[in-house]
Design a protein around this ligand. Sequence first.
Ligand code: WTA
Length: 699
Amino acid sequence: MSTTGSADQAGSARGIDSTLVENRLFPPRDAAESGFARWHVGSMAEYRALHRRSVEDPEGFWREEAARLNWFRPFTRVLEWSAPDAKWFTGGTLNACHNCVDRHVESGFGETVALVWEGEPVGGPWGAGPEVRRLTYRELMIETGRCANALRALGVTRGDVVTIYMPMVPELAVAVLACARLGAAHSVIFGGFAPHAIAERAADAGSRVIVTADGGYRRGEIVPLLANVDEGVRALANQGHVVNHVLVLDRVGASARGDAFRSGEARIGPTRYHWWRDAVGGASGACPCAEMDSEDMLFLLYTSGSTGKPKGILHTTGGYLAFVQMTARLTFNLAPDAGQLFWCSADVGWITGHSYVLYGPLMNRVTTLMYEGAPNFPRQDRFWDIIARHGVTQFYTAPTAIRTFMKWGDELPAGHDLSSLRLLGTVGEPINPEAWMWYHRHIGRERCPVVDTYWQTETGGHVVTPLPGAIGTKPGSCTLPMPGIDAAIVNERGEELPPNRGGLFVIRRPWPGMLRGVYGNRERFVSNYWGRVKDPATGAPFYFSADGARRDTDGYFWIQGRIDDVIKVSGHLLGTMEVESALVSHPAVAEAAVVGVPHDIKGSAIVAFVTLRPAWLAREGRAADDALKKELGAHVAREVGALARPEQVRFAEGLPKTRSGKIMRRLLRDVAAGVEKITQDTTTLEDFSVVARLRDDEE
Ligand code: WTA
């Protein structure tokens, strides 16, 4: 890699709006300059050698990484690969909770703090400061033991799927790890999703037990989690799916007010509800970790796809753990006993929270910080206050959050002592160079490496990212592949493209953290990820991420974004079909098409084009007006979740379609983005007047 002509620009006063951003390179620093004792990978030569070894001798490479885990029975084979099916570390048995918790207690680190948690509320009953809880590895072992025993008493056994819908509280970590302890799979649903989403996912997973809380705190308000679960349970019952038990954490005090239920009571149909403090609080903390096969399911995590139905991404035990412990260690330079406090601000309801709030740091015996609430409660400097008060050393967040912080003003971070920080990370979408530079200057104070980590729910962990001591960074680029990842940019025929040509992002060989399936839908697994691009030499399928990207002349990857019909709103994936289905479920709507448009803070925002049912409007005495637009927005928020609420709803007389009846989304995207001239080929349009009308109609 050439650094000529760029290293000297690093950290200089060059304007951040430069269009020559690609040439701006920040070489890695000495570990000590950023506050680390050493880097795990300390030079470009070392990275190159490591990556080369990982592709030339993948079995040897991964055998060594897997040896960092604690196996009850050692594996006999590293990989059995029959594309697209991989089995990693076969013959081996282990337990995920044991690897995150028990083994540290067994090796004498029971008193080390595993988890630091801060609640959102401040003032009032919480006194001057927020509520803070610290759980040592020993305490976490006992709590997961109790919770596992409580779940077992509710009939949960190995192989079951437990649905978890909770606020960001320690008990969420406990519930996740308790499932792993028992050998049950967890399916965590983000607390911002609506009842319909809970029901859909629980039904798909065949889940009979739900763990939730009476509520959670968010921006000073209470999120009604229990009420949402009630509604979900009722909807499931109507479909003939009985949830046997709901375990409810008393977080906001409904049980204390006595306005709810008594533990064990059947509340909705035959569904029994139990308070956490009775069921978990009264259980024994001693519960052995189940001995699981390496390929046993560890969890399902639902993610949006280009069809209406979310996909249950399936991860198994040994491979996921081996990959996540490695990526967490190398990307964030995690090390035990080095005074590190790692904070990933993602919700555990997303893959980032699974891999880098919980599994990654805990496997590495590093203390992980969890914060319950919003970044602007009670003020817009809450995150900087948390970093300063707790002495956070590595901080990992999303570009959408960084853009929000930029908008809130430089004075807010400037007013806090952020000197504990050693490293910064971002994830979720491409970061614009301006935001990268702001993060680097105002949060990292030009001292901390910034790691832009590219990956997906499906990849389990980072697949392209700088290793902080080895790989120089360029604002906006996720740089180079993780050791063990054979990433490439190819065309539709699978041929690798020369530098600076945009193409498809693929991974050409299996890696341990890869998804093993889409739950209950083999066809979708094969066609979504393995059906599009093949090795031109052998015809074997490549993994395709659905992202477009290019590599520059240094081999650095620049992710351009999704090429399918999913939209990233504030870093959260939403399927256009999901939102469209919600819209057409409203009686006013005949047809809907949803597209993403660039948005300064959210990255993308949703614009919905809707055709109405005149008969319904007439019957109800309604008009195509702003009130109806508002109502449709609220309807989507209710059906899918607030993050899916369209930024803009636009009414159209008809939607532009090809002769085969496919909605021309690219064209709608241009219309929505206000592109002046329609440059795309419209000869297949069935009704040109529709386009004209839409464009005339612009607000
Ligand atoms: C996008 C989140 C550019 C990408 C971990 C991917 C990114 C999708 C980056 C997966 C990044 C994630 N740079 N794009 N650093 N990280 N993406 O499953 O489009 O919620 O396919 O996983 O996010 O989103 P998911």
